[in-house]
Design a protein around this ligand. Structure first.
Ligand code: TMP
Length: 424
């Protein structure tokens, strides 16, 4: 189900045979630890965060969840890679169509336009159910999408967002160029951190792009994750915790370079890495050097993150258990991958968290991975009127709280787990 990951996917540090062997002494072999990936955060075996199953589905099971830090380029990455065939089979994550997300789409379209002018041809990698493509098409773009989750590309095609249901690789990149030509803009939202072989991904980007193409990769930003201790974003799909410095290191010796970096509040803090061909005449924006200069994702920061994450897990678990013991009804709101992390790390059971409500049809009436807590529809919140609702979709908290006013008006309390555990 998974393979071990020992070599930094950005800079190549940590190859156990070629790089770490230092010398042989009478006492045995001495290894150069500075040339190995260093463990910095360990959650032990955890279920796959999006493995929501119905009564007849077989669970994928558990895999180790440990973050390793590269001492050379600073990239944090998981110690194992779960097979994408297991991870993305019948994938239930659909791009949010919330007001927060629609505002974000408008923001990124504006920022891309500042660089790429009145762009037309767009390739979206990891295009999901086509939500972003449809938004861009409404504004005159001509889009093609690609995503390995065929259950979602089927939906996208029905909605009018032309999508290929396959992995982005050299073969599909070649097919796209042959059938559609090279795009003006390539967008990959929250897909790059999911990719195992970064070198080959960059080669495919080289293949599919022209000298004028602007490549925009949006990723959760590791510095925001460290600042807010959003440890719940550590799950098997997120193979890397991306810094600008690590991507800069990856691009050495390739045809691509960093061009500009933009920061957004979406998903708890994300950055858009804008890449261009080295032969492009556009000057590198000053944001690239600024981000690299200010980044601190050191082992010490990860150590502090790890201690604080454990403290918060204990805090939330004790809070929920105490309320359940008092006879209060506690539920979750948002069956996000983050909910799986909290429910399992806190070892919560359905006698303590009765259900998690969510507006995604692909998740409703299934059960959460590991905890087996049922997923209900959103309406369950006002039907059941629990005493507490833990907002596991904390990145949409403002919008959700405004939408679910009745729950709060009738005495229900929100528990927000990130960036600080608070009760409202
Ligand atoms: P995400 O943070 O990984 O995007 O997941 C958010 C989850 O919360 C997703 O399963 C959809 C769900 N959700 C609702 O149920 N209602 C809402 O209003 C919003 C914004 C999200």
């Amino acid at each position: 189900m998974y393979k071990l990951h020992t070599t930094c996917r950005a800079c190549g540090t940590g190859n156990p045979v070629l790089k770490t062997l230092k010398q042989s002494t009478a006492a045995g072999t001495v290894y150069d630890l500075a040339a190995s990936l260093v463990p910095v955060f360990d959650l032990g075996p955890m279920p796959l965060a999006n493995d929501f199953c119905g009564p007849d589905d077989e669970r994928a099971g558990y895999a180790p969840l440990k973050v390793m830090l590269c001492p050379n380029c600073g990239l944090a990455q998981l110690s194992v890679v779960v097979s994408p065939q297991v991870l993305y089979r019948n994938y239930p994550y659909v791009t949010s169509n919330s007001a927060t997300m629609r505002k974000h789409f408008a923001d990124i379209r504006y920022d891309i336009g500042e660089e790429a002018g009145d762009f037309k041809g767009v390739l979206e990698i990891g295009s999901n159910d086509g939500t972003l493509m449809l938004f861009l098409q409404e504004h005159g773009a001509k889009c093609i999408g690609i995503d390995p989750a065929t259950n979602l590309t089927e939906i996208a095609n029905k909605r009018g967002a032309y999508s290929l249901g396959t992995m982005f690789d050299a073969y599909s990149a070649d097919l796209i160029v042959t059938t559609h030509g090279k795009p003006d803009v390539i967008i990959g939202r929250h897909v790059f951190a999911h990719v195992d072989n970064w070198k080959s991904f960059v080669r495919c980007l080289e293949l599919v792009s022209a000298a004028h193409t602007l490549i925009c990769l949006e990723v959760p930003y590791v510095i925001d994750q460290l600042d807010s201790v959003s440890w719940d974003q550590v799950y098997h799909e997120h193979l890397s915790y991306v810094s600008v410095r690590a991507v800069d290191s990856l691009l050495h010796g390739t045809a691509l370079r960093l061009h500009k970096v933009k920061h957004y509040g979406i998903h708890g803090g994300s950055i858009m890495l804008m890449l261009r061909h080295r032969e492009s005449e556009e000057p590198v924006n000053e944001s690239v050097a600024k981000f690299i200069e200010q980044e601190n994702a050191s082992a010490d920061r990860w150590a502090a993150f790890s201690i604080e994450a454990r403290r918060r897990i204990d805090q939330l678990a004790s809070f929920i258990r105490a309320r359940a013991t008092e006879g209060k009804m506690v539920v979750g709101y948002g069956a996000s991958a983050k909910s799986t992390q909290w429910l399992n790390a806190c070892k919560l059971h359905k006698s303590e968290v009765r259900f998690v409500c969510d507006n995604t049809p692909q998740k409703q009436y299934k059960t959460c991975p590991g905890s087996e807590i049922p997923v209900a529809d959103e309406g369950a919140l006002t039907r059941e009127l629990p005493d507490y609702a833990v907002c596991f979709a904390w990145n949409f908290a403002e919008e959700i709280i405004a939408k679910e006013k009745i729950f709060h008006d009738k005495g229900g309390k929100w528990v927000i787990p990130v960036p600080q555990i608070k009760v409202l």
